[in-house]
Structure formats: structure tokens, C-alpha cells
Design a protein around this ligand. Structure first.
Ligand code: NA7
Length: 532
């Protein structure tokens, strides 16, 4: 406990990571406070209210497993939960565990400075004086800093424009309007079919065609739910042994796509396609490891697009060329089908991008498109954006921004050399976005809670990752990525979507060995960290 403020812990962010961190800190008897920029809890699900917003991990798995009563009582309605349902769940958790009294909403953390003499962080939150806390936990999310491209003339547009990650709370009415959507990532793939039903005309500005698997979303079957809930803990445990922390109940083949003949391969892809969702990439074990295996999975999807989209020229433009899965695959409800509608127009901007935004619309592909609304589905400054937006000063005044000029460096994704008593949840260098985020969040929060408990029991007040451990960890993360197809395209995993951002593959591939390593580090008295 810090004598001056009564705070052991400041947690930044009240999404799923921040909520659970607060709960665990309380269980240790620690005094913690959460600061949240939004006016409500829920993090990504508070902000991303765009039409069609939905999780791409099944609801029975994209939920906390730490409390048996919670997971038994909460009733998910659909196989893939939509944003409002997930937000209700986050609010339910906040109420059920009485978390709100330690959450300060509408309060953005702008800076945090390590005070070596007092061994505490001084955190600037909102307009008040900095608060001191022994430990600082960043639960700021991986996809929370919107990437709004700096297109010439953006401010001149006479109509309204929106970013999918900062969507208004009231319903946006597109009826009778000419709407332009920029981007064809997951947010666009989910929103385009919904907007198309409402708008008079919808123009989709595509820089890179995307791979998307059908969700086959549907109301959850009561018998299936009862079956899962009869051994929920078992499902959670099996999921923790999966590379991405989910999908243990999906059919999968542990062999190579190249070990079977073309017909068997097509049958396997078709079965996964019919089941729907991200499990498509698990049809064979080597799809993200072997480019030739990957090519077969990619070609199968291209065949599906050709078979779905009636206009061959439009179908051709929608065919993705890059390695499948190297940008996160999308999960959709009627995305490719939407391009069969008369009011939907695909505009190829792969050559010269959006040339200019004008008061009347935008210029691209050699002409001006007149628009009433523009939707920026242009993604996020992923993984580092939210952290670097704050001025975090560590030991000797070193800023995190300066430390990370050549890309993010961390030990286990959890700690950073030069930044004592700072923990990052789902930070770069941890599996995070390559997994079911809630599984990663629970694993890391539990690790941090264990660490805080250990420090207290040992009478220690300071922990810092060593530079050597950090260097070795960064090399390890890169070496693992180099054995996969992930580094082969311009994805946000690499920071390639934000102009000027350093290209480093940020997440670690593979959840189970990571969790094992974290446990080993803890069992060895927090090996790789200096404690005092
Ligand atoms: P993504 O996946 O980063 O997609 C952003 C899309 O916007 C993508 O198609 C980009 O094209 C496009 N984009 C970005 N900047 C521009 C500019 N300047 N001009 C034209 N097009 C642009 O973000 P999402 O929000 O869809 O999804 C993020 C994650 O949220 C998703 O993976 C899920 O995990 C949930 P590009 O491909 O870079 O050529």
C-alpha cells in the first residue's frame, strides 16, 4: 500500500483486462483504481458500435472462465455475440463483482512517471493532480487507438464521417444516402452488408481484397449450451492447450495440407467452410507454417468468391492475392453476397489509394464519388498505439516512445526493461491478438496477480525486466514469427497499416508454450526480472 495515496495499483482501461485485473487485485486485498477514458466499461465493445459489430470468436468461448457461477448463469443468445450483447456482459461483470466503485470513468490517463526515490508511479489521469501507486497496469487494449488516415481534404467533407472504432452511441441512419466505406478489413466486412441494406448507394473503396469465412451465425441451441456448461471448466482447460486459446471442440486435422490428395483436401476445406468461422485456418496444421499448404487454402476461398459473386469483373477484384491468414482473416455474414446487390459498388483503389476528400465526396481511381457519409473502416494503430499515446517515463526519464523507436521491446510482453513495476496486459511480445483475447487476458492477469502476491510475501517493492531477458525474448518472438507465413504481408500485426510505423512482428505465435514459459518464470522466482 502506498502511504500517500492509499493505492497499490493503478489500472488503465476498463475493458475485459482492466475489469479482471481489478477483481484479482481486490482478492489480494490490494487497493486499486481503474481509470477509463470512456463513459462506460467494456473497452473495445464500448467503442466499436458500428452496424454489424460482432466478435469473431464464439460467444461461449469469448467470455471469462475464472468464475464458475458467472459462466453458468450468463446466457449467450447467439453463436457469435453482437456488440450490444458483449457490452451487456461486461456491464454484468462490473455489477456482479461490484467493480464500479473503483472505476473512474471519463478519465483519460495522459502520462505516468516512475519516481525512483519513492518507488511508485505518478499517474496523470484526467484534470486532477497526479496520483501515486506502487504498480501500474496497462489494460489499454490492442485495437483501441483509431487509425484515421491523413487524406488530403479530409476536413473539407460537407457530409458526416465516422470511424468504426469511434462510432456514435445513437443509431446512424443511412436511409436514402450515398455512403462510402473506406477499407475492407474485419470492421468493413461486418458493416458493409448491414449498411448496404439501408443506404441508397454504397461505394466500397478497397485497397487490399480480403479473405473472409462465413460465420453461419445463429441463435444458440439450448442442448448445445447445456452440453458445454456440463463441463465448462473442461472446455476452458482444453482451449488453453490450443495454439490460439480457442476452438478445442472444432474438427481439425493435425497433418499437412500437402499430405493428402486434392479431393480430400477440398473436402476438408469444404467441411470447415460449412462449419464457419476462423476454424477454416485450422483445416490442416501447417497452413500458417508452409506457404505451399497455405496457397491451397487461399485458392479454395478464391473459388468460393468466384462462385458467390455474379459479376466476374467484381469477383476478380474481390480475389485476395496475399497469403491467407497473414492479415487476420475475417468472419462475415453475407459479405461477398453483398456485392451482388445493385446498390453496392466496389472501387479498386489498390493503385493510387484515395486521392483526395472533397466537400462533395472523394476522389479515387480517376473520378469523384459524390457521398453523403464516409465510413472510415481503416483500423487501428494496433498494439502500441494506445500505450504510446500516453507519455510514460521510466527510470532515468526514459520515455517508452524513445525506448520503442525501433519497435516494441518487452520481456514476455508483460514487462519492459527501464520501466519498473509496470505491467502490460496483452502487450506486444505476447500472444494477445493471435488468440482468444479473453484467454490471454485471464492468463496474464493471473500471472500479474501471482507476481504481486509474491512480491508482497517477499517484502519486495520493485520488479523490473532485465535488459538481457528482454533482448532474448524479442529474438525469440522474431524467430517464432520467422517460421510462419505471418511476416509475408503488410498487416497491422507488423505495424504496416500505419504510415511511418516501424515494421516489427508484434505478437508471439502460440499460446500454450507462452503460458508455460510464464509459469516457469514465476516458479523460478521471476527469472529474468530484477527484484528488490
Ligand atoms: P483492419 O483489419 O486494419 O482493416 C483496415 C482496412 O482499411 C484495410 O482494408 C486497409 O487496407 C484499409 N485502409 C487503411 N488505411 C487506408 C487508407 N489510407 N486508404 C484506404 N484504405 C485503407 O481494421 P479493422 O477495424 O477492420 O479490423 C481490426 C481488427 O478488429 C480485426 O482484425 C479483428 O481482430 C477485429 P490494407 O489492407 O491496409 O491495404
Amino acid at each position: 500500500m502506498n502511504a500517500r495515496t492509499g493505492l497499490d495499483l493503478v489500472i488503465v482501461g476498463a475493458g475485459f483486462a482492466g475489469l479482471y485485473m481489478l477483481h484479482r487485485a481486490r482478492r489480494l486485498g490490494l487497493a486499486a483504481r481503474v481509470y477509463e477514458a470512456g463513459s462506460g466499461v467494456g473497452g473495445t465493445w464500448y467503442w466499436n458500435r458500428y452496424p454489424g459489430a460482432r466478435c469473431d470468436v464464439e460467444s461461449l468461448e469469448y467470455s471469462y472462465g475464472f468464475d464458475e457461477a458467472l459462466q453458468q448463469e450468463w446466457q449467450w443468445r447467439e453463436r457469435y455475440a453482437a456488440q450490444p450483447e458483449i457490452l451487456s456482459y461486461a456491464n454484468h461483470v462490473a455489477d456482479r463483482f461490484e467493480l464500479r466503485r473503483d472505476i473512474q470513468l471519463d478519465t483519460r490517463v495522459s502520462a505516468a512517471t516512475w519516481d525512483e526515490a519513492e518507488r511508485c508511479w505518478r499517474v496523470s489521469a484526467g484534470a486532477g493532480a497526479p496520483v501515486a501507486a506502487r504498480f501500474l497496469v496497462m489494460a489499454t487494449g490492442c485495437l483501441s487507438s483509431a487509425n484515421v488516415p491523413q487524406i488530403q481534404g479530409r476536413e473539407s467533407f460537407a457530409g458526416k464521417s465516422y470511424h468504426t472504432g469511434q462510432w456514435p452511441h445513437e443509431k446512424v441512419d443511412f436511409r436514402g444516402l450515398r455512403v462510402g466505406v473506406i477499407g475492407t478489413g474485419s470492421s468493413a466486412v461486418q458493416s458493409i452488408p448491414v449498411i448496404a441494406e439501408e443506404a441508397a448507394q454504397l461505394y466500397v473503396f478497397q485497397r487490399t481484397a480480403t479473405y473472409s469465412a462465413p460465420a453461419h451465425n445463429a441463435p444458440l441451441d439450448a442442448d448445445f449450451v447445456a452440453h458445454i456448461k456440463s463441463d465448462y471448466a473442461g472446455l476452458r482447460a482444453r482451449n488453453r492447450r490450443m495454439p490460439a486459446g480457442f476452438g478445442s471442440n472444432m474438427p481439425r486435422d493435425e497433418g499437412s495440407a500437402l499430405a493428402v490428395g486434392a479431393e480430400d483436401r477440398a473436402r476438408a476445406y469444404e467441411a470447415c467452410w460449412q462449419r464457419g468461422g476462423l476454424g477454416y485456418l485450422r483445416a490442416f496444421a501447417d497452413l500458417i507454417l508452409d506457404q505451399r499448404a497455405n496457397d491451397t487454402a487461399a485458392e479454395f476461398v478464391r473459388g468460393k468468391i468466384r462462385a458467390t459473386v455474379r459479376d466476374p469483373a467484381v469477383a476478380q477484384l474481390l480475389l485476395p492475392k496475399q497469403t491467407i491468414g497473414c492479415k487476420r482473416m475475417c468472419v462475415d455474414s453475407g459479405y461477398y453476397e453483398t456485392f451482388n446487390r445493385d446498390n453496392v459498388h466496389l472501387v479498386d483503389i489498390s493503385r493510387s489509394g484515395i486521392e483526395e476528400i472533397t466537400p462533395r465526396g472523394l476522389k479515387a481511381a480517376g473520378r469523384e464519388y459524390e457521398l453523403d457519409r464516409i465510413v472510415f473502416a481503416t483500423g487501428f494503430d494496433a498494439m502500441t498505439g494506445a500505450l504510446l499515446r500516453m507519455k510514460i517515463r521510466g527510470r532515468g526519464g526514459l520515455t517508452l516512445k524513445d525506448k520503442w523507436t525501433a519497435g516494441p521491446r518487452s520481456y514476455l510482453g508483460l514487462g519492459v526493461a527501464g520501466f519498473p513495476n509496470l505491467f502490460i496486459i496483452t502487450g506486444p511480445g505476447s500472444p494477445s491478438v493471435l488468440t482468444n483475447m479473453i484467454v490471454s487476458i485471464e492468463q496474464q492477469v493471473e500471472w500479474i496477480a501471482g507476481c504481486l502476491d509474491f512480491l508482497r510475501a517477499q517484502g519486495r517493492s520493485r520488479i523490473e525486466a532485465s535488459g538481457v531477458a528482454e533482448d532474448q525474448w524479442v529474438a525469440h518472438v522474431n524467430a517464432v514469427a520467422a517460421n510462419t507465413v505471418y511476416p509475408t504481408c503488410n498487416s497491422w500485426y507488423l505495424g504496416a497499416n500505419v504510415p511511418g510505423k516501424v515494421r516489427v512482428f508484434m505478437p508471439l505465435v502460440g499460446f500454450p508454450p507462452y503460458a508455460e514459459k510464464c509459469n516457469e518464470v514465476a516458479a523460478r522466482g521471476y527469472e529474468g526480472f530484477a527484484l528488490c
